[in-house]
Design a protein around this ligand. Structure first.
Ligand SMILES: Cc1ncc(COP(=O)(O)O)c(C=O)c1O
Length: 382
């Protein structure tokens, strides 16, 4: 270890990204481990973007660091897609309530910097959940408090433990609660009871509701933001909008919180071409999102087929992926070792899936990919 480095980094593992594009395998891989859309941008939109690059983009100039056009377009999209509002008002979201990040990953880090860094605050997460909250917190030296979920039922959050963690005065105080709606990897949306607990959390604590999979779940709390200055919603263009390669995410929240996020981010965090891609995707959202009902049907069919293999417990999904675990009679003494074996064997056959949180997370792919997933799993299970 180099003596000038922070010693705590020694114990941190770098996030291992999946192999994009070319790999060392001779076969083409089905990428069903990172919940991207299996569908590329349509040809006509790719051509539009190529034209933008050729005729309108000045590569020698910095991008628009204020993301003005993008914030306006995002606000319009968010306002048009508030969905069923469970409580509170439905005031319109303005561009001043939006910050755009280099993927929502950047916004997660900005939120941590704006709330916990140097304040002695900690974050609370209900496990299993999206790993980046913990990973990024640790890189900033921010303590992570974890609580569990009801693993035998529906992965509901252990609310007693959550209340206890927030009330605890022994350790660093919880300053941010991280929720995914619907959760990754378990694919369950927040329940009315969980939402009501979140509404009761003190306004000294920031509640982050990560709606990365909103377009699939059609469930959102955006309509409540006007009434709750301590809530912030995260969304991304990496999933339903098919723009994972462009790294675009956004936060919607109170203008003062948004201003803080704008202060801590890098000045030119979004390349001009990525901004152009997001604007194009938003302008053509009806075409891009038209495939979602079909994907939801494919997801439910895949879930049913995985269940009928007889070896897995398969949970209902509100997202574009399915979470499953080996049934106890097939799991043996070391279920994680077995799941790792399955994951590796699936990769050898050409399908990347994710072993995480004591189960498997499988992204819904094209119908052909889903068929291959089933076939290969059958072969792997023997
Ligand atoms: C819950 C959740 N939040 C955020 C992200 C990251 O999204 P982005 O690609 O915008 O950084 C993911 C990606 O898998 C996710 O599952």
């Amino acid at each position: 270890m180099l003596s000038y480095l922070r010693p705590d980094l020694l114990d941190l593992a770098a996030y291992t990204p999946h192999p994009a594009g070319a790999t060392d395998q001779a076969i083409t891989l089905d990428h069903l481990d990172t919940n991207e859309s299996p569908y590329p941008l349509p040809e006509v939109l790719r051509a539009k973007l190529a034209d933008t690059y050729e005729h309108h983009l000045e590569t020698n100039r910095y991008p628009d660091g204020g993301h003005r056009a993008l914030k306006k377009a995002i606000a319009e999209y968010v306002n048009g897609s508030c969905g069923p509002i469970s409580n509170g008002t439905s005031e319109k979201i303005t561009p001043q309530q939006i910050s755009v990040g280099n993927g929502s990953d950047e916004l997660i880090r900005s939120l941590l910097i704006a709330t916990c860094l140097g304040t002695g605050g900690s974050i609370l997460a209900a496990m299993p959940t999206f790993s980046m909250y913990g990973i990024l917190a640790k890189t900033l030296g921010i303590p992570v408090v974890t609580i569990g979920r009801n693993e035998n039922k529906n992965f509901g959050i252990d609310l007693d433990a959550a209340r206890g963690a927030i009330a605890n005065t022994d350790g660093p105080p919880v300053r941010v609660v991280w929720m995914v709606h619907p959760n990754s990897p378990t694919a369950n949306a927040l329940t009315p009871t969980e939402l009501s607990w979140l509404r009761g959390i003190s306004s000294d604590v920031l509640v982050v509701i990560d709606e990365a999979y909103f377009e699939f779940s059609q469930q959102t709390v955006v309509g409540e933001l006007a009434a709750r200055p301590n809530w912030v919603v995260l969304r991304t263009f990496s999933k339903a909008f098919r723009l994972a390669a462009h790294r675009m995410g956004y936060a919607v929240g109170h203008p003062d919180l948004i201003q803080a996020l704008e202060k801590v981010r890098l000045p030119y965090n979004l390349p001009s071409f990525s901004q152009a891609a997001a604007l194009t995707a938003l302008a053509h959202r009806n075409e891009l999102l038209a495939v979602i009902p079909e994907m939801v049907r494919d997801r439910d069919r895949l879930g049913q087929n995985l269940r009928s293999l007889g070896k897995f417990q398969v949970w209902n999904s509100a997202a574009n992926f399915i979470y499953l675990r080996l049934r106890p009679e097939f799991a043996g003494d070391n279920p994680d070792a077995k799941l790792e074996e399955i994951t590796t064997a699936m990769k050898v056959k050409g399908t990347l899936i994710r072993h995480t949180g004591g189960g498997l997370r499988i992204t819904v792919g094209t119908p052909e990919e889903n068929e291959r997933t089933l076939l290969r799993l059958k072969e792997v299970l023997g």
